[in-house]
Design a protein around this ligand. Structure first.
Ligand SMILES: *Cc1c(COP(=O)(O)O)cnc(C)c1O
Length: 463
């Protein structure tokens, strides 16, 4: 466990081991199963396959760039999370990581619940038949229209994020003649990223009501009094891409102590706590994520222990993994367009996508891996930077990685672990056409989100 008191908080870039990329892997043709989805393999001809289909065939049929989502892997991860937490807990998939109607159907079939945080996500969820009582609605500034729609649909819970929203949701529910089940999102003074977390007294951020200073307790006081609300629990979400369970431990302890305060003041034991998402995945071979069953055990143990100590019945726990379910299930397939070696520095490899299909590198300094997937190569490793085709020098997809020195225009390369926050955050910068998402399973590939066309662009531009 490591802690940092860095005033700006821990950042991904600050916590990478020194000399991260100095040594190339022993064999560039080997695919590290940690960063590739379950059914990805290299066939006898050296071509990478997913769900038994060669990427060369996928590129011919669907074009590049494109995201290929391993449905078998997605479903297996859903089941692993559901099994790990069992009957006495709830797993909510965080839809913001990537949501489509097919995804909603898979979640429904695999028994997961769903978090949404906008009217658009709610529309996709409802349209694809997710039962409303399995939907949780989040967000720090839900509009009145969004709240009305969610309450009318009968969503299982709305997570309240501010004093204004407590009243807003209560009034809307009352006007609609109903009582809305709600949780209150509290900020517990834990900021967690990757390998570090910091525990602070206050929370300088837009989300939630702070435990420190009594904001959260005051929110509970107000919510409990309102007829339109049924307060079912407390919600905490501490960060993203977290490997260290210690941050969750501090959060759980602080949430349970609020539950004890609520019992002492109001004479009620709230039946649920939600510990949020944020569980890390392997983007590179250096990342070592926890398995769902380890996470479930750690969280359940902490909550049980803290509740026993406080003399509380153990509440029903829910968690909200987004990245940890969908992140590892997809890769982005690109075609190499140009290769520019810079002597003594690195080689710039330009692909046919870029920051429009993966903004995470530019936005968060995110780390990714990359591999040549249309063939094998015995050439020397060359230090490479995979860049896009946008008019912006920060348009980087993979900052530092090794690719074979004989890489050439027309080769296909793939960036794994792009299932989360890539298509979901994709933009039309430079009027790029957002790539399709193709689901692959058992030798069949099917478009689940189609590629944008110039007609789509022109339809929005009304002239
Ligand atoms: C973003 C978010 C999640 C999911 O985070 P991941 O890092 O994708 O697991 C879960 N809960 C809340 C409230 C969030 O905002």
């Amino acid at each position: 466990m490591s802690r940092s008191a860095h005033p700006a908080g821990p950042r991904h870039a600050d916590v990478l081991p020194e000399g991260h990329y100095t040594a190339p892997p022993a064999d560039l043709n080997v695919l590290d199963e940690k960063v590739w989805s379950r059914t990805v393999a290299r066939n006898e001809d050296g071509v990478v396959t997913v769900g038994g289909i060669e990427v060369t065939r996928l590129a011919d049929e669907f074009g590049t760039p494109a995201y290929f989502l391993d449905e078998t892997d997605f479903r297996a991860r859903c089941r692993a999370w559901a099994d790990a937490f069992g009957k006495d807990a709830d797993v909510f998939y965080a839809g913001k990581a990537f949501l489509s109607r097919a995804v909603v159907r898979w979640l429904r079939e695999e028994g997961l619940n769903l978090d949404v945080c906008s009217g658009g996500e709610l529309a996709i969820a409802l349209d694809a038949g997710m039962p409303a009582d399995r939907i949780a609605f989040h967000g720090n500034n839900k509009s009145v229209a969004e709240i009305e729609r969610a309450v009318k649909a009968g969503v299982g819970r709305i997570v309240l994020d501010s004093f204004q929203e407590i009243v807003r949701v209560a009034h809307i529910a009352q006007d609609l003649g109903t009582r809305q089940r709600v949780q209150i999102r509290v900020t517990v003074g834990v900021e967690a990223h990757t390998h570090e977390f910091i525990a602070t007294a206050h929370e300088d951020q837009k989300f939630g009501l702070a435990l420190a200073g009594g904001q959260a307790a005051e929110a509970v006081r107000r919510a409990i009094r309102l007829d339109g609300l049924e307060l079912i629990g407390i919600h905490s979400h501490i960060g993203s891409q977290i490997f260290d369970m210690a941050g969750f431990e501090v959060a759980a302890r602080r949430v349970v102590s609020l539950l004890a305060e609520i019992r002492d003041e109001h004479g009620v034991e709230l039946p649920e706590i939600d510990l949020g998402g944020g569980l890390g995945i392997a983007y590179t071979s250096d990342d070592d994520p926890r398995e769902p069953h380890e996470i479930a055990k750690a969280l359940t143990d902490i909550v049980t222990r803290e509740c026993e100590a406080a003399g509380l019945a153990t509440p029903r726990i829910s968690v909200e993994p987004g990245r940890a379910i969908v992140g590892p299930t997809a890769f982005t397939l690109y075609e190499v367009g140009t290769v520019k070696p810079l002597e003594g520095l690195r080689t710039y490899v330009s692909v046919d996508g870029g920051m429009s299909d993966n903004i995470r590198t530019a936005l968060y300094d995110a780390e990714y891996s990359v591999a040549l997937v249309s063939r094998t190569s015995d050439a020397e490793p060359m230090l490479s930077r995979v860049v896009g085709k946008h008019c912006e020098s920060g348009d980087i997809v993979v900052k530092d990685a090794f690719l074979p020195a004989d890489l050439a225009p027309g080769d296909l390369i793939a960036v794994p672990a792009t299932g989360a926050y890539c298509r979901a955050m994709a933009s039309n910068y430079n009027h790029a056409l957002r790539p399709p998402v193709v689901a692959v399973r058992d030798g069949e590939a099917r478009v689940i989100v189609r590629r944008e066309t110039e007609e789509d662009l022109l339809r929005l531009d009304v002239g």
